[in-house]
Design a protein around this ligand. Structure first.
Ligand SMILES: *Cc1c(COP(=O)(O)O)cnc(C)c1O
Length: 362
């Protein structure tokens, strides 16, 4: 069997070393005689696994002690409901920035519970940029300000983060660029991310929430949707996604061994730089619709000048061991997702393929 380079947007590539380690421990975790999949979530072995995962994440992201880390399920999509249900408090409305597909879904869900003030939108130019934060129409009475740091489908990423204003906490959907660059957690009220992009397998959702925001939930909130309930139970109110938590823990350990988030950030810049450079240098054979300042370092979106060549491009790539390059069905074109676990060699292989394809068909 030969391994391919997998450019899927999610579930996505995992570090090869992590998969090997999980394979080695599959039947017998650390002499317990059990697979992690078979363990009680309340047993001492699994307690050690989840505790270590949290400690490693805290050190990787420098998470201040007044923040809780929650290991939840339901995906980032569940957070689209949990965020308003938990954080609206006595306020009437929330502020949101609309930068594309995932922002729109978050907005749609928030509208079920709250007034939604769209402070800025990039829909006027087909979601190819992030509106400058000085132009946002923010409401000082909003319960929070929600934005999507990286639009996974559009390939648009915030290059800088908005400043918190007054008492309005920043809430960020970081599903597709979590742990990809250094951030200052203390500037956020809440950060959430589905695991299957840059953390681990699907089935796990991470929430990092400032403690003082845990008591603003609507009184009728379902128990399983309450951050307070999950925080008080240390993410063990019910059975958590034990195996994904274990793999996420291995990924955190791997990240530390790679030099942490700063080292990943440098590597991610290099990888994205190679791809965008190849697109720019193709004389228009390939092009990226996203404005330069907001081009994602995680999801590189590009099109072929001659769209009738797309099928041949994807087929040839697959034959070369480069898979999952087709763009999301909502936008078409191509998309190369190059999360932390995508090695530099994978990006170099893609760049050579792209150059060769352009030479043959240009
Ligand atoms: C993938 C993704 C989602 C949805 O995640 P699920 O875990 O499938 O619910 C939400 N937001 C962003 C930015 C994403 O990339």
């Amino acid at each position: 069997m030969s391994k391919v380079y997998n450019f899927s947007a999610g579930p996505a590539v995992l570090p090869h070393e992590v998969l090997l380690e999980a394979q080695g421990e599959m039947l017998d975790w650390h002499g317990s005689g059990m697979s992690v999949m078979e363990m009680s979530h309340r047993g001492k072995e699994f307690m050690e696994i989840i505790h270590q995962a949290e400690q490693d994440l805290r050190s990787l992201m420098n998470i201040p002690s007044n923040y809780r880390v929650l290991f939840l399920q339901g995906g980032a999509s569940m957070q689209f409901s949990m965020v308003p249900l938990n954080l609206l408090g006595d306020r009437a409305s929330v502020d949101v920035v609309n930068t594309g597909h995932w922002s729109k879904l978050a907005i749609k869900e928030a509208r079920r519970y709250a007034g939604v003030n769209v402070v800025a939108s990039s829909e006027d130019r087909n979601f190819t940029y992030v509106p400058a934060s000085e132009t946002w129409q923010r409401d000082p009475q909003a319960a929070y300000l929600h934005f999507t740091s990286n639009e996974t489908i559009g390939g648009v990423q915030f290059s800088t983060f908005p400043e918190p204003e007054g008492e309005v906490p920043l809430v960020c959907d970081m599903s597709s660029d979590f742990l990809s660059r250094e951030i200052d957690v203390s500037r956020f009220g809440l950060i959430y991310a589905g695991a299957q992009k840059n953390i681990g397998p699907s089935g796990l959702t991470l929430v990092i929430v400032r403690e003082d925001l845990l008591d603003r939930a609507q009184p009728q909130i379902p128990t399983m949707m309450s951050y307070r309930v999950h925080a008080d139970a240390d993410s063990m109110y019910n059975t958590p996604a034990t195996y994904p938590i274990y793999i996420a823990g291995l990924v955190f350990k791997w990240l530390k061994a790679q030099g942490g988030v700063r080292a990943m950030e440098a590597r991610n810049e290099e990888k994205a730089g190679l791809l965008y450079h190849a697109i720019e240098q193709s004389g228009g054979f390939y092009h990226c619709p996203v404005e330069i300042a907001f081009r994602s370092r995680m999801n590189v979106v590009f099109r072929l000048r001659d769209e009738s060549l797309e099928e041949a491009f994807v087929a040839g790539a697959r034959a070369a061991g480069l898979v999952q390059l087709k763009g999301h069905r909502a936008v078409g074109g191509m998309r190369a997702s190059i999360y932390n676990a995508m090695p530099l060699e994978g990006v170099k292989a893609l760049v050579s393929y792209m150059l060769e394809f352009a030479r043959q068909h240009g």
